[in-house]
Design a protein around this ligand. Structure first.
Ligand code: FMN
Length: 345
């Protein structure tokens, strides 16, 4: 087992840096090149728009996920509680951050446990896939699911982030076979997720072959973990190495299209730089079933639970108005809606 004694302080650093610094990727998410055709005659009432969607057996009031972020510290427990309360009120999905801290320090499990605030939401567990090369097995995956009574497990793929950390877990060799074992043995669906650099066609094909139920592209264009790690570095030389990766990754729009084509049998979740309901609608029109955001919800949660609720309400309303103005009555209609492409900005 690698040394994990710095884990809680690293998590606290991550939250602080994400709140205080500009950690945006040098790339855009690519969605600015895609546009809905405006319908002056939508032939429906705004109130007819049906944003509900069913995923992994649960009905969501809107195709939105509060992306995996945190846990492991008392501050993170409060953030998770606020996010969960808002997710429950709005009927949207939520993921907690990597539960490694809760598995290796059981006294910290409470910082991830949000079911009491969100009894019916679609809730995702989270672990770093690479931990399967550092003594984790199906057992720890099962414990992560039981710890928070989640509906599915996200295995995040953060190879570049680990490579930039001096203490990073970089043994990414032979991981696919282990992901397959987890997919076969776990009684809940497994989702493979990047953390902000996107999933390529080739990786999507391999992941779908080993049985993941969904892929969250977490593409480039939003939070950049090389930027976050850059701000964490005490050594200037390591900070410069991290800074070199500011423009790295597959933009979210490009990754959705690649994954959709390469892995037609798996659901696509979209995240990475999404900032409003129109971005989510565009992702769905490009082939995703859900749109996720991390940083905007973290900033709202740092202010108050009420601000998280307001953020979710605004995004949901933007999605509804967007569907109306694009003539899409349901999420299925939205999935069939053609976007126009203009690379003019
Ligand atoms: C503070 C913070 C912590 C995060 N921790 C995790 C994590 O533990 N597991 C994970 O899969 N993704 C994690 N992410 C990545 C997000 O889920 C998301 O993929 C990424 O930030 C891109 O979304 P954004 O541009 O909306 O922030 C974290 C993001 C933030 C901002």
């Amino acid at each position: 087992m690698p040394d994990n004694s710095t884990l809680p302080s690293r998590k606290a650093d991550h939250i602080r840096i994400n709140l205080d610094k500009d950690v945006r990727s040098g790339l855009t998410n690519g969605l600015e090149n895609y546009h809905f055709v405006h319908r002056a005659l939508p032939e429906m009432d705004l109130a007819d728009v049906d944003k509900t969607v069913k995923i992994f057996g649960k009905t969501l009031q809107a195709p939105i996920i509060i992306s995996s972020m945190t846990g492991g510290t008392p501050e993170a427990a409060v953030i998770n509680q606020q996010l969960a309360t808002a997710a429950q009120a709005a009927g949207v999905a939520m993921g907690v951050g990597s539960q490694r801290a809760g598995i290796e320090h059981t006294e910290l499990a409470y910082t991830f446990q949000v079911r009491q605030y969100a009894p019916t939401i679609l809730l995702f567990s989270n672990l770093g896939a690479v931990q399967l090369n550092y003594s984790y097995t199906v057992d720890q995956c099962q414990r992560a699911v039981e710890m928070i009574e989640s509906d599915a497990l996200i295995l995040h793929l953060n190879a570049l982030q680990e490579a930039l950390q001096p203490e990073g877990d970089t043994h990414f060799d032979g991981l696919l076979d282990k992901i397959e074992k987890v997919c076969r043995a776990l009684p809940v669906p497994v989702v493979a997720k990047e953390v902000g650099w996107g999933i390529s066609a080739e990786d999507a094909r391999r992941l779908s072959e080993v049985g993941v139920a969904a892929i969250d592209v977490a593409g480039a264009g939003g939070t950049s973990w090389s930027q976050v790690e850059m701000y964490r570095m005490e050594e200037e030389s390591l900070a410069r190495v991290a800074a070199a990766f500011r423009d790295w990754g597959i933009p979210t729009a490009e990754s959705i299209l690649a994954v959709r084509k390469a892995a037609p049998g798996v659901a696509v979740f979209a995240s990475g730089g999404l900032r409003d309901g129109i971005d989510i609608a565009k992702c769905i029109a490009l082939g995703a079933s859900l749109g996720g955001m991390a940083s905007p919800f973290l900033k709202a949660a740092a202010r108050s639970a009420e601000d998280v609720m307001t953020a979710v309400r605004e995004i949901t309303r933007e999605l509804q108005v967007c569907m109306f103005a694009a003539g899409a009555r349901t999420i299925e209609d939205l999935q069939r809606t053609q976007l126009t492409i203009r690379f003019d900005r």
